[in-house]
Write a protein that binds this ligand. Structure first.
Ligand code: TYD
Ligand code: MG
Length: 430
């Protein structure tokens, strides 16, 4: 079991700054006119994990500190270890500090998931000063700490994992990375119920935060840049957790739609955007007579309030009996559908289940549904349609007037102006 974060009160003052020889107080610097500054671009260290490099913006920046945050068990240690393997395989020295597992355990895992170069160094240590000593002795090109919550600095009078410890230890390590010029990767746990005290206090200290997300029991993992001083936060990296580690997924839509049964009522395909990446996902709905008087609403992978809103719109605008039905709705594959662009697919799945008619095969649904039942435009239509075409979809239900006719010629466009029209279409075509 991973340790829980201990929340504690802190004065907010930096303990680190109070010690002599602290790396936080480097030599004095002078203000200079901007024109006299050499505009040198940082030379990055590519990790050669394409999905990670994409999120980083091309590789690790020397002297920077990146936080890999995620729930326990999501795959942070695996990602760090695979990064260490790839970097060391290029001949660059990677120091992997583990405070959670023994060096032998990490070695075993490393053998199972890939190949480590001679330049991958392991250190099983929790004491900050000993870690610093080893960094000085080994002189690594990149340092990874798994996890920041296990590291303790003896000078700080509180337990490892507490807010003060985590903050002081991070400040020290970041300053060392900046001074020595090595990229620093920190693993940080966040808890499911939003108990993100540790990594949250770190967000403003580090140069970037990469959030590793996924559903338990599902193989799909999404690495999201939620802060990045050296790259775009519009990029996401997509992986699949397999028996032999994380595999990079360049065609996630195919993985997500793999088990779709297009002839079954209650299923519709949405085209959502993850960062700037279009992703096709299957939205499922099951509408059944309420079993216990009040209608139940159960969702997974989508916003419950969006479902309630759609049910209310159907009831009010189309006179459909959703108020007295139980509704289960689900996005397949562990993706969270957070934007309203998936409304039209959810609406189609709901109507399809209610009428017990499958939606037209090979049709993708894109659009937001408003309170009046109107179907509204969403951004990125071209990218979404192109992804649909790539996956073999040949028709698309889209908001009326949202797209010029021949944007993606292979995909036939059906303009839908409101949910009434959608309902008629599903009843007629199914
Ligand atoms: P891990 O990287 O230890 O997660 P974290 O560091 O975020 O806590 O990975 C945890 C889970 O991943 C573990 O429950 C088993 C699974 N896993 C695989 O399925 N395949 C693998 O090759 C590895 C290394 C882990
Ligand atoms: Mg771990």
């Amino acid at each position: 079991m991973q340790e829980e974060l201990v929340t504690e009160k802190s004065s907010g003052k930096s303990v680190a700054g109070a010690f002599r020889g602290s790396p936080l107080t480097g030599p004095a610097t002078k203000a200079v006119p901007i024109g006299q500054i050499e505009p040198k671009a940082e030379k990055r260290v590519p990790t050669r994990l394409a999905e990670l490099d994409r999120v980083l913006g091309g590789g690790l920046v020397p002297g920077s500190g990146m936080l890999i945050a995620g729930e326990p068990g999501i795959g942070k240690s695996t990602l760090l270890l695979q990064t260490a393997q790839r970097i060391s395989a290029q001949g660059a020295r990677f120091l992997y500090v583990t405070g959670e597992e023994s060096a032998a355990q990490v070695r075993l895992r490393s053998d199972r998931i890939g190949k480590a170069g001679d330049e991958l160094y392991l250190l099983a240590e929790c004491d900050l000063e000993r870690i610093e000593d080893q960094i000085a002795a080994v002189r690594p090109a990149v340092v990874g700490i798994d996890s920041i919550q296990t590291v303790r600095w003896a000078e700080v009078p509180s337990s490892a994992g507490g807010v003060t410890q985590v903050r002081e230890v991070t400040a020290r390590l970041l300053a060392l990375a900046r001074r020595e010029g090595f990229p620093l990767l920190l693993v940080g746990h966040v808890t499911k119920d939003g108990g993100v005290a540790g990594p949250r206090v770190l967000e403003h200290m580090v140069d970037g935060v990469l959030q590793f997300e996924g559903e338990r029991g599902q193989p799909l993992r999404i690495l999201r840049g939620i802060k990045n001083r050296f790259g775009s936060t519009q990029e996401v990296g997509i992986f699949e957790m397999r028996g032999d580690g994380l595999a990079e997924i360049s065609n996630p839509s195919k993985l997500l739609l793999g088990e779709r049964r297009s002839d079954a009522p209650g299923s519709a395909t949405a085209a959502i955007l993850e960062g700037s990446r279009p992703l096709l996902v299957e939205v499922q709905a099951l509408v059944s007579p309420a079993s216990h008087g009040t209608a139940a609403r159960k969702v997974s992978g989508l916003d419950a309030s969006r479902l309630s809103m759609l049910a209310a719109v159907f009831e009010k605008r189309l006179g459909l009996p959703f108020g007295e039905r139980d509704i289960h709705a689900n996005v397949v594959g562990g993706v969270k559908m957070s934007s309203t662009a998936g409304d039209l697919a959810l609406a189609a799945a709901l109507l399809s289940s209610l009428h017990d008619k499958p939606v037209p095969a090979n049709c993708v649904f894109i659009g937001e549904v408003g309170l009046l039942g109107e179907v509204r435009a969403v951004p990125g239509m071209g990218e979404r349609l192109e992804e649909a075409r790539r996956l073999g979809f040949r028709s698309a239900a889209v908001p009326a007037g949202s797209i010029p006719k021949n944007t993606v010629p292979e995909v036939q466009i059906h303009e839908i102006s409101d949910v009434g029209q959608l309902g008629r279409k599903i009843r007629a075509d199914g």
